[in-house]
Design a protein around this ligand. Structure first.
Ligand code: SAJ
Length: 416
């Protein structure tokens, strides 16, 4: 096997399929038997445009298989989750489990690449864990075997565009040694048409975190402007449209908060690495995390104008036109509304799913309904996700003119 890709999730599986399409013989490794079985049938259990076709093709051509067992391979690409714990520090348990499984298969001379987004020092940690288990491969050459090398190559693809961005985005490669960096660059160059500059591992780790923190800080700025505008009575969308006419200003869009598993997580790794220094990054996280609560306050204030209010909440996904509800601020808004307004009916509209997530399904007054029905019976309509279906909806036919509308995404602009 040329490459073992460890972790067949949103990053690992697309990477395995693209490597297989560009000349590598790939084994994908996952602890979930269902995922492994699906991939071996040429099927996928996650939604990502173009992924299923790529996996089916690679499996049919015999270039990609999946396994629960770690194989012997010349290169290992580790793409397992790096969640954070309550204290906002990284939880390395999946990295450590992958390291232990890889260590047991090494024969000498392999390249181990960490793709998971990680705090500075994690590539070094991975290397130390593997070499502690395998002192025979740790570099003084006394065993006579070639040393194992390590690099970090953080993933950077946008969910929903992964198959395109894997090929077109630039990649950063950080080697623990220059030769590890060069070897990793050669692997990514088989499929990546973007630039692939090589740096050291800690710089690559921090660069990836900086990219997502940059976005988080800029979204926090937009969210803060929305609060300022509300306070002084200015339409934030009009304000942003005006300010962005400046050639060096590009304000992002305010919303009900920052969701997903990257932008709301990665900045904390910067904060925990340098708590005294990362003041702006921490504040941005706090501003964005407070957004769902601000939306709830506005909806509660609007609902209090009615004797027996009924609320329509449009969208549950963490961003438009996807079915991914994980870490979604919209979900938080609906759950919090149900707590703050006991007995008030909340009709949720989410065209990309067929059932409510468990914690909302368990609430007696919350149900999943169609757009027209939800709006027709609502007093207050809160738009939480700018799905194309909502943006394009005929607002007159829906009767939105007679409702109190809270448009958190500026999809329709405020009409209340
Ligand atoms: N959001 C706003 N206002 C905006 C833009 C986004 O409120 O103007 C919200 C979205 O609604 C969503 C959240 O931010 O809830 C994040 O969405 P996103 O589309 O900005 O990013 P992700 O989390 O899907 O993917 C990011 C990307 N990083 C950057 O753009 C710097 C992607 O390239 C990374 O690979 C990915 O994180 C990752 O895996 O780290």
């Amino acid at each position: 096997v040329d490459v073992a890709v460890v972790g067949l999730g949103y990053i690992g599986l697309p990477t395995a399929a693209v490597l297989a399409a560009h000349g590598s013989r790939v084994v994908g490794v996952d602890i979930d038997a269902r995922t492994v079985a699906a991939v071996n049938r040429g099927e996928v259990v996650i939604v990502e445009p173009g992924l299923e076709e790529a996996v089916a093709d690679a499996v049919r051509r015999g270039r990609l298989t999946a396994s629960i067992e770690m194989p012997a391979a010349s290169t290992y690409v580790v793409a397992v989750p790096t969640p954070f714990r309550e204290d906002h520090r990284v939880d390395l348990r999946f990295i450590d489990a992958a390291a232990d499984a890889v260590a047991a298969r090494l024969r000498g001379g392999e390249l181990v690449i960490l793709e998971s987004t990680s705090p500075p020092g994690t590539t070094r940690h991975l290397a130390a864990r593997i070499l502690d288990a395998r002192p025979d491969l740790s570099g003084d050459g006394s065993s006579g075997r070639p040393v194992v090398e390590f690099a970090h190559c953080p993933e950077r693809v946008l969910p929903g565009r992964a198959m395109v961005e894997l090929v077109t985005n630039a990649r950063i490669v950080g080697g623990l040694t220059p030769s590890a960096g060069e070897r990793a660059r050669a692997l990514y160059a088989t499929f990546c048409r973007g630039e692939i500059p090589v740096t050291d591992a800690a710089t690559a780790e921090l660069a990836k975190l900086a990219e997502n923190a940059f976005r988080d800080v800029n979204i926090a700025f937009a969210n803060e402007l929305a609060a300022v505008c509300e306070h002084v009575g200015v339409d934030v969308w009009e304000l942003i449209a005006m300010a962005n006419r400046h050639p060096r200003v590009d304000i992002l869009r305010p919303g009900p908060g920052v969701g997903g598993h990257c932008i709301a997580v990665d900045p904390w790794f910067i904060v925990s690495a340098a708590p005294e220094q990362a003041r702006l990054v921490r504040t941005a996280r706090e501003v964005n995390d407070a957004q769902p609560g601000r939306v709830v306050d506005r909806v509660v204030a609007a609902a209090e104008r009615f004797r027996a209010p009924r609320i329509a909440a449009l969208g549950l996904a963490f961003k438009p036109d996807i079915d991914d509800l994980r870490e979604s601020p919209a979900r938080e808004v609906v759950a919090e509304l149900a707590t703050r307004l006991p007995g008030v009916r909340i009709d949720v509209v989410e065209p990309h799913v067929t059932a409510l997530p468990a914690e909302l399904a368990a609430l007696p007054d919350v149900s999943l309904v169609g757009l027209a029905e939800a709006v027709a019976t609502a007093d207050v309509v809160v738009l939480l996700v700018d799905h194309a279906a909502f943006v394009a909806a005929d607002r007159t036919a829906l009767g939105l003119g007679e409702k109190v509308v809270i448009d958190t995404r500026g999809a329709w602009r405020e009409v209340d």
